[in-house]
Design a protein around this ligand. Sequence first.
Ligand SMILES: [Zn+2]
Length: 345
Amino acid sequence: MADPDLRDRFLNTLKGKAVDKVPVLSVTQTGTVELMKESGAAWPEAHFDAEKMADLALSAHTFAGLEAVRYPFCLTVLSEALSCKINPGRLDIQPSPGSNPFAEKPETLELPLDFAERGRIPLIANVTAILRKKAGEEVPLIAGMEGPASLASRLIGTYNFLTWTLKKPETLKEFIKITGAVCSRYTEVLYEAGVDAVCIVDGIAGPDTLDPKDFEIFMRPEYEKFCRAGKGIKLIHICGNSVPILKSISECGFQGISIEEKVTDLQAAKKLVGSKTKLIGNLASSGVMLNGTCEEIKTEATKCLEDGIDILAPGCGIAPKTPIKNIRALVEARDEYYIKLEYQA
Ligand SMILES: [Zn+2]
């Protein structure tokens, strides 16, 4: 089953070069309870132990067949490095922030000089090195992180994040400038460690929570800076119906946008983002991926492929109770799609 071209195929797809097949992978979290059993690395330990994190992340490739290794499994690494308390979660629940350390004094946030030494940042760099050794050179490594908006909302609280767009816009703008700089600095650390792509997860920046007008004011300038800073592939995941901001995100310079199933017209979405930005998705993570039959998953996946998805993937983080066979069905759907194409030709 080892395919020597997985990394090339992934990178070429995002660079707009011709590829033989659409890659099947996840740019959002991949830890499931069944994979924890297979790998012997379970939550919550696998969030805080480098070997366990590497083993669980790798199992989504070796056991479930996904064509990349994606880690970590939470969105708290940057928050923790900036003094946010973290609840560790449990076997099937991700860690979550337990405090909003900058709600009272947002003006005191800065990019710490010892950033690369803080919290789990050295651990994630170490996981990258372990995975490169274990997975080899031919499997892409994708690291996820809180995006500038998610990080800000954790440090000051979601309520403040959303109300400050009206009440304290200048304070919020300055704050997001710094969370954006933190994301860029972390991206440098990750590339030094050997990742192939980073994916910022910024659910709260989507139109379901943030008005697209505010997106233009608060997020777009920081996304542009993030994409310009440093080298490497930069991906973004936005939750919900991201259609109203897809064009704007693509203009920021991301090579790929991970979209949810709420983006219902893929062909129209592709026109919005143009040829330079690739679309990644978009089977419902808490719908068909979690509860569907393999046949239902294959039907949805085939539709995505026919509509021109660039990377076939779950639309959001994989739900922990998703069966391995459902993830495999996604990969099989892609394989069967190309066998059929060949047969027809
Ligand atoms: Zn999402």
